[in-house]
Design a binder for this molecule. Structure first.
Ligand code: BGC
Length: 796
């Protein structure tokens, strides 16, 4: 029998470093860990030598990032960017999208500016660069940090080839409310899974060695707690206890910083009344003093200027000063830093040492990236979606699909996987043959022309046994018109000048198509350009446009229906879950969308994804997440599919809907079945002092045997949850504290072990200090947050 031990993430590196420095942290507390990438003596000597030569204007220049091609120019716009760069007044540029353009500015910076300081070029590389992979929420559904690392590697290599050494990625904001459109860029609702993904992104982009020619510096965003915008409305205020902030929301940023993140991006939102882009608590106290971060912080787009609207300063001088002094080293877009900082230093309102420190942090990253030694980018061959890139995109996408439901149909059995000899298949839906939509939100350098749609992929397999109908448009009414305006090629396969097709007629055609087939595959979801990503909050979480009507009409034909959901957020799938027997959540899968979805439909790939985010029964449940705090009136069924007892009143429950998720966190089926034995624990009791001992080593190991009891091979994500049953501060009813992807042949069994120690068992007490108290931990192991196989640990 095989044994798989899950190593508690990222425990060793900081300890080795600290041991090297000769001391270890006091019980329970974390201590700053220097980033070896930025801490070398030689690198810092070069930075200091350069800083000494710089004028105030040159130093301030390093703090400014401008947008090539954007309307608003720097300062009073009297100079071109070329002139600004030649004068050494530009630290970074975005909006430069290929090697040729980057070299154009870099030659000026390096050859014409007085001190030859290279420009740091940046762009949003979110889920791949030229090669578009599944969206980040989908990648989290793989529960495979290696998948995120692969995507980051491809992204980094392709970005570097375009002259970009800095990416505005990863987004590690915890997102517990799918009304917020940016949930698509997140790893979902959970800090443990989110931290694992955050580390993987950083490792993939930076490779623990920024100087490698195919490494890029990350910008971990959006610091902090941007995902907790009230009511899911983008840019809205965030208001939460410091305990929740630290225990849930800050965790993935901390993981990213510990993994060596070179830069962070400060957020648009306020946090308990203080904007994230002028927040001394998050930017200086937590980030630098507690975590020892020695990279630099860039503001989000114009977030410094927006401080005026946050009403924390009436004029440019004040808001720019507040941002800089709080710890925002570089301003993205806008030009406040470039215009109002230097005069304030000259007037004695800002100490020059503040500017020096910000410039120092930025220069450190530039040196670490090797930009001073290798400033230019080889202008190589044009990008191509090579077989290697396609194979990676297809493999990664295959790991992200979540089989939500696959109930047997009378007389037919489970619809999925579909037999290769399937007779006539009707493929229906506005996402069945839409290249652009498969890229998903934030695919800035992605090109729809590389996308294989589901229609193409199914045609390769089925030939003339495939029937197709578009069924309806993705958006209707005013939304459809807006989409036409911003992206004329997206909405229709045909000519954008034609009128938007009539949904009622398209639905009727689709019904006729379904009637001619033996099974219908519906590819439905959410429009991604107008309805997903930044500034795309929604209060209705159904399919966009007339897709729900289309689904209902096709289901009414009585033909067996397989629903493939393509969307970047949890949608409300209640009607579908009640009426469709097979549902595959496929997110926005990237350029190999069609092939990857077809692989899953025909069973060449057995779905293994698990939800990183709870799917609601109704929007009114949001924010809905499994790791809720207990109440004094716990209702039954919060974490199970047990229907609410209608007679139960005066409990923490809804009167018109169940509390539980429709599909809970961690949920995902397979074409095989897995069974879990009773978990074991290496010791049932441990003294609290042992858990608190310096070094934070694991104190117990939980083991479980997992068996594939079905007839095909499959991969299970084994999940471990704990509940701290009695503590001085309420603890969540369940918390994920370990997971492992385990591949099993039919009949095969593996033993999986999860170490637990301080890192998994701690919480923040009323003094907002991480600690462990005597208590009993309930521990569950299983295939979702509903896991029932249970053991426990007594901490005395
Ligand atoms: C977004 C960031 C992004 C930046 C640059 C902002 O609007 O919030 O996530 O990195 O734009 O494109």
């Amino acid at each position: 029998m095989n044994t798989l031990t899950v190593h508690p993430a990222k425990r060793l590196l900081p300890l080795l470093l600290l041991a090297g420095l000769g001391w270890l942290p006091a019980a329970g507390q974390t201590s700053p860990v220097p980033n070896p990438q930025l801490a070398s003596r030689e690198l810092n000597a070069r930075v200091e030598a350069l800083l000494k030569k710089m004028t105030l204007d040159e130093k301030v220049g390093q703090l400014a990032q401008y947008v090539v091609g954007a309307g608003a120019g720097p300062g009073d716009s009297s100079l071109s960017y070329e002139e600004m760069v030649a004068k050494g007044l530009v630290g970074s540029l975005t909006g430069v999208n290929d090697a040729e353009a980057a070299n154009h500015y870099q030659h000026i910076a390096v050859e014409k500016s007085r001190l030859h300081i290279p420009i740091l070029f940046a762009r949003d590389v979110i889920h791949g660069h030229r090669t578009t992979f599944p969206v980040p929420l989908a990648l989290a559904a793989s529960w495979d940090p290696g998948a995120a690392e692969t995507v980051a590697r491809f992204g980094a290599t392709e970005a570097r080839a375009d002259g970009l050494a800095w990416v505005f990625s990863p987004m590690v904001d915890i997102a517990r409310d799918p009304r917020w459109g940016r949930i698509v860029e997140s790893a979902g609702e959970d800090p443990y899974l989110g931290s694992a993904m955050a580390r993987a992104w950083v490792k993939g982009y930076q490779q623990d060695d920024l100087s490698r020619p195919d490494s890029v510096a990350v910008s971990v965003k959006h610091f902090a707690a941007y995902g907790a915008a009230i009511a899911g409305r983008d840019y809205n205020a965030v208001d939460m206890s410091e305990i929740t902030l630290r225990q849930v929301y800050l965790e993935p940023y901390r993981a990213a910083v510990e993994a060596g993140a070179a830069t962070l991006m400060s957020s648009f939102n306020s946090i308990n009344g203080v904007p994230g882009s002028a927040n001394p608590f998050t930017l200086t106290q937590v980030l630098r003093k507690e975590w020892g971060f020695d990279g630099f912080v860039v503001s989000d787009w114009d977030a410094v200027g927006e401080l005026r609207d946050h009403s924390i300063g009436a004029d440019d001088d004040t808001v720019a000063r507040k941002a800089l002094e709080a710890g925002v080293d570089m301003e993205m877009k806008g030009s406040l830093y470039g215009t109002v900082i230097a005069p304030q230093v000259r007037a004695g309102k800002i100490p020059e040492s503040v500017v020096d420190e910000a410039a120092r942090r930025i220069l450190r990253v530039k040196f670490a990236l090797g930009l001073f030694d290798h400033p230019y980018t080889a202008e190589g061959p044009k990008y191509e979606a090579t077989p290697e890139r396609r194979a990676a995109a297809r493999k990664v996408a295959g790991e992200t699909f979540v089989l939500l439901k696959n109930d047997p149909v009378e007389g037919v059995g489970a619809l999925l996987p579909l037999p290769a000899k399937a007779k006539k298949v009707a493929l229906i839906g506005p996402l069945a043959d839409n290249q652009r939509e498969m890229l998903g939100a934030w695919a800035v350098a992605g090109d729809p022309k590389y996308v294989i749609t589901l229609r193409q992929a199914l045609a390769e397999r089925l030939g003339d046994r495939l029937l197709y109908a578009r069924g309806c448009e993705l958006l209707s009414g005013e939304d459809a018109k807006m989409l036409r305006k911003i992206d004329p090629h997206d909405q229709t396969d045909s000519d954008a000048r034609l009128p938007i097709p009539d949904d009622a007629r398209s639905i009727a055609e689709a019904v006729e198509t379904a009637k001619k087939a033996d099974v219908a595959i519906l590819a439905l979801g959410e429009e991604t350009i107008w309805m997903e990503g930044e500034a795309a909050s929604r209060v209705h979480l159904g399919f966009t446009g007339a897709q729900e009507q289309l689904l209902e009409a096709v289901v009414a034909t009585g033909k067996p229906v397989i629903l493939v959901v393509l969307a970047g957020r949890p949608l409300e799938l209640k009607w579908a879950a009640n009426h469709v027997s097979a549902i595959l959540e496929a997110w926005s899968p990237g350029i190999e969308a069609g092939h990857a979805v077809a692989d899953a439909i025909f069973g060449d790939v057995n779905p293994s994804g698990k939800l990183p985010s709870s799917f609601p029964r109704a929007v009114g449940q949001e924010p809905l997440y499994y790791a809720q705090l207990p109440t004094g009136r716990p209702a039954h069924g919060d974490l199970s599919h047990v229907p609410l007892n209608r007679e139960e009143r005066f409990m923490s429950r809804y009167m018109d809907e169940e509390n539980s998720a429709l599909f809970p966190f961690g949920w995902g089926l397979s074409y095989t079945r897995f069974s879990y034995a009773q978990p074991t624990i290496s010791r049932t009791e441990v003294p609290v002092q042992e858990v608190l001992a310096p070094g934070h080593n694991p104190v117990v190991t939980v083991g479980v045997d997992v068996r594939n009891t079905g007839s095909v091979a499959g991969t299970e994500v084994v999940q471990l949850y704990i509940r701290n049953t009695v503590a001085s501060v309420e603890q969540p009813v369940r918390e994920l504290k370990g997971f492992a992807r385990v591949t099993l042949a039919p009949g095969e069994q593996k033993h999986v072990e999860f170490p637990l120690g301080f890192d998994e068992l701690n919480f923040y007490n009323v003094e907002v200090k991480r600690t462990v108290e005597p208590t009993t931990y309930k521990i569950w192991v299983g295939g979702s947050s509903l896991a029932t196989a249970e053991t426990s640990l007594q901490v005395e």
